[in-house]
Design a protein around this ligand. Structure first.
Ligand code: TXA
Ligand code: MG
Length: 325
């Protein structure tokens, strides 16, 4: 695996059917040519991800939606015009340019125009769609630095474009516009209110919604056990875990407790604002794992702004672990 900021090298690798990890404003992606089944196959193999789990196709600013999707509703054109580039993925009926391998056989495709300058430079230079899931092993916490990617994937990735730490820190918000009314499939880096100002109210995902593995209860999980509770329930949760003889860390906004020392646990303070919390969340979970704690007791933030995505990821990290891979 090589690492640097050599765009020409990255494009050469993509054109040869190889894998390039690249920074986006949300998390790092593991990219391959979205039009080639053989290239996309390498993503599933490297991640250890089931073939039926569809990948998001990343496009350069100014790319034509009609090149990648069909039957595009006006609502999607309006949302794309207002929200891209940015941390938003829109699900639409798939166009023929997207390999069926990319969508795991689904007739829909997730499209996103990222805001990160390195991602945009790569997409412009490649001149095609780049299929990319988060650049971590399946089921693990998403990477927000090039070091995270290198540690997770090693030589299974051909090249890592190093663009520094990701600004947003949680994955894109996913909105399904392929079935009439807009449905929120995954809260993420674009706050619900920003999207609803354009689309109107977003419905919750139901059984008819396309399967999204990021919505498996056990996704986004670190090694340590995560217990996610309201801030006022943290002291009792610490007491219960201490009684079981576990090594405990508390993950919470800095101002959640006046006296952190009284908690009798390792402390990992997050910023108090929702954007700061989102930006640091995954690196915090990785640090806590590295420090060897058994249990992370995490305070759930209010669901406003990016707090909805942070809370979602904490609850999934705390979800049942048996279906993790
Ligand atoms: O911010 C992000 O979205 C990052 C960066 C790299 O763009 N990507 C990312 O990809 O998080 P991934 O594969 O880790 O998560 C994408 C989610 C999955 O839950 C997948 O099931 C869902 O998007 N998805 C993709 N295409 C879909 C489709 N056609 N229908 C339903 N869900 C889809
Ligand atoms: Mg992922």
């Amino acid at each position: 695996m090589q690492r640097g900021l050599d765009l020409a090298r990255a494009v050469e690798i993509l054109a040869a059917g190889g894998l390039v990890a690249f920074p986006t404003e949300t998390v790092y992606g593991l990219g391959a040519d979205a039009s080639r089944a053989d290239a996309v196959e390498r993503i599933f193999a490297a991640k250890g991800r089931p073939r039926a789990h569809p990948l998001i196709v990343h496009l350069a600013p100014g790319a034509q939606l009609d090149d990648w999707a069909i039957g595009i509703p006006d609502s999607a054109r309006a949302l794309a015009a207002a929200a891209w580039p940015g941390p938003l993925t829109i699900i639409l009926a798939k166009g023929p340019r997207v390999s069926p391998a990319t969508t795991g056989g689904s007739s829909t495709v997730g499209l996103r125009v990222p805001a990160h300058p390195v991602a945009q430079a790569l997409l412009r230079a490649f001149d095609g769609g780049i299929a990319a899931p988060s650049a971590n092993r399946f089921g693990a916490v998403s990477p927000t630095t090039a070091d995270h990617v290198a540690g997770d994937l090693g030589d299974d990735v051909d090249y890592i474009l190093d663009g520094g730490p990701c600004e947003v820190g949680v994955e894109s918000t996913i909105v399904d516009l392929s079935r009439g009314r807009p449905v929120l499939l995954r809260p993420g880096g674009m706050p619900r209110a920003v999207i609803e100002a354009i689309t109107g109210p977003l419905a919750a995902a139901d059984d008819a919604a396309p399967a999204a593995p990021g919505t498996l209860a056990s996704h986004y999980a670190p090694r340590a056990q995560v217990i996610a509770v309201a801030p006022e329930q943290v002291p009792a949760a610490v007491a219960a875990a201490s009684a079981a003889g576990k090594r405990i860390a508390v993950l919470a906004p800095a101002s959640a407790f006046l006296d952190w020392g009284a908690l009798r646990a390792d402390a990992h303070r997050l910023p108090d604002d929702d954007a700061g919390m989102a930006r640091e969340l995954y690196a915090a979970l990785r640090d806590l794992d590295a420090s060897g704690v058994d249990v992370v007791i995490a305070a759930l933030p209010p669901a406003a702004g990016l707090g909805e995505a942070v809370g979602d990821r904490l609850l999934r990290a705390a979800g049942p672990r048996k279906d993790r891979s």
